[in-house]
Ligand binder design. Structure first.
Ligand code: NDP
Length: 328
C-alpha cells in the first residue's frame, strides 16, 4: 500500500517516512518544491544507512495544484505539513490560512481519491492554549484551545487549533468513508537528520551554543520525534484510533531542568544555570518585541495525560532526558 506524507522534508515527516518504509509501505512525499527531492533522499539515506528513494510531488498548502496527483493511488495520507516559523508573523492569517485551507485541500483530495484514513499532525497547541485562568490541572484529549483568546495564543497556536477544528468539521459533514486520526505532540525533540531543523530544537541549540545568558521561567511538555513518528504509524491502521486525537508526550520540564541535562552531558560547554526573573523578561521584551510572545507563558505549566497514547497506541514514551540528549 502507498502512503502520502505531506511536508516530507520536515523533522517529524522524515522520521515517519523511514518508519513507513521499514513497515513495508511505499511512500510518496510532498514538498513545496520538487527540487528538494534529491536532498531529501540523500538525508534519509544517510540517516537510514541504506539507499532511500521516495517520489516527491510539488504541492503548497496555499494552492490547489498538485494535491490530486499527490494522493492518487494512496491508501493512507499522513498530513504533517503546516507552517511552523521561528518568528510569529504580524498577521495571524499568514499561518492560519495555509494551515486550515491546506488541511482541507488534503482532506478533500484524499476523499476524492478513495483514501481510507488520514492521520493529521496537530499539536498540544490545539489543546492547552487560550484558557486564561480556567486552565485545567491536567490536559487530555477532550480539551480544546480557545483560539479566540488572542492574548493567550500565538499565530501558530491559533493556526493549529483552527486547522484541526476545520479537519474534524469536514469529516463530520462530508467525510463519509474517510477516517481521521489526529496526533497532538508536545514540543518535539530527538535526533535531527540535517542541520536545517525544526523550530522546536532551538530549545536545545540555544543553550548548547551559548546563545542564552539564563533561562526564562518557561516549561514544555517534551517528546522524542521517534515516538511521534511511531504514533503516526500506529494511528494509521489501529481500528481503535479512527476518530480520535492523541496527545503524544513524555513529561513537562522547565528550561533550567533541560539545561541541567545538557550540562551533565556536555560539562565542557558554557551552558547557563540561572533563571531570569519574570520582571526582567518583561522589561527586556520592550527592547526585543519577539519576547512578548512568551510573556503569558512565564511560570506556567501545561501538564498532560498520555494515557491514551499508552493504552490505545501501545507506546511508552522515550524519557524526556533521552530525547534531550539525542537532540544535542
Ligand atoms: P518542520 O519545520 O521541520 O516541518 C514543517 C513542514 O511543513 C516542512 O516540511 C514544510 O515544508 C512544511 N510546510 C510549511 N508551510 C508549508 C506550505 N505552505 N505548504 C506546504 N508545506 C509547508 O517542523 P516539524 O517537523 O516539527 O513539524 C511538522 C508538523 O508537526 C507541523 O504540523 C507542526 O505544527 C507539528 N508539530 C510540531 C511540533 C514540534 O515541536 N516540532 C510540536 C507539535 C506539532 P518546506 O520544506 O517546504 O518548508
Amino acid at each position: 500500500k502507498t502512503v502520502l506524507v505531506t511536508g516530507a522534508t520536515g523533522f517529524i515527516a522524515s522520521h515517519l517516512i523511514l518508519k513507513l518504509l521499514d513497515a513495508g509501505y511505499a511512500v510518496r512525499g510532498t514538498a513545496r518544491s520538487a527540487s528538494k527531492a534529491e536532498r531529501l533522499n540523500e538525508v534519509l539515506s544517510n540517516y537510514a544507512g541504506k539507499p532511500v528513494n521516495i517520489q516527491v510531488v510539488a504541492a503548497d498548502l496555499s494552492k490547489d495544484d498538485g494535491w490530486a496527483e499527490a494522493v492518487e493511488g494512496c491508501a493512507y495520507v499522513q498530513h504533517v505539513a503546516s507552517p511552523f516559523p521561528e518568528v510569529q508573523p504580524k498577521n495571524d492569517d499568514e499561518l492560519i490560512r495555509p494551515a486550515r485551507d491546506g488541511a482541507l485541500r488534503v482532506l478533500k483530495a484524499a476523499k476524492a481519491a478513495g483514501v481510507e484514513r488520514v492521520v493529521m499532525t496537530s499539536s498540544m497547541a490545539a489543546i492547552g492554549y487560550g484558557w486564561g485562568d480556567q486552565r485545567p490541572a491536567k490536559f487530555d484529549e477532550s480539551h480544546w484551545s480557545n483560539a479566540d483568546n488572542i492574548s493567550d495564543n500565538t499565530a501558530y497556536t491559533r493556526s493549529k487549533t483552527i486547522a484541526e477544528r476545520a479537519a474534524w468539521d469536514y469529516i463530520d459533514a462530508e467525510g463519509k468513508g474517510l477516517e481521521l486520526a489526529v496526533i497532538n505532540p508536545v514540543a518535539v525533540l530527538g535526533p535531527a537528520m540535517s542541520e536545517d531543523v525544526s523550530s522546536s530544537l532551538q530549545l536545545i541549540s540555544q543553550p548548547l551554543e551559548g546563545k542564552l545568558p539564563a533561562y526564562p521561567k518557561l516549561s514544555f511538555g517534551i517528546v522524542d520525534v521517534r515516538d511521534v513518528a511511531e504514533a503516526h504509524l500506529r494511528a494509521m491502521t489501529s481500528a481503535e484510533a479512527a476518530g480520535k486525537r492523541f496527545i503524544v508526550g513524555d513529561r513537562v520540564m522547565w528550561m533550567e531542568e533541560v539545561g541541567a541535562v545538557l550540562r551533565e552531558a556536555y560539562p565542557d560547554r558554557k551552558i547557563p544555570k540561572g533563571v531570569l526573573p519574570n520582571w526582567l523578561v518583561r522589561l527586556l521584551s520592550f527592547a526585543n518585541p519577539p519576547l512578548k510572545q512568551i510573556l503569558p507563558e512565564l511560570g506556567q505549566e501545561r501538564d498532560f495525560s498520555n494515557d491514551r497514547l499508552k493504552q490505545v497506541l501501545g507506546i511508552t514514551p522515550i524519557p524526556a532526558e533521552d530525547a534531550i540528549r539525542a537532540s544535542a
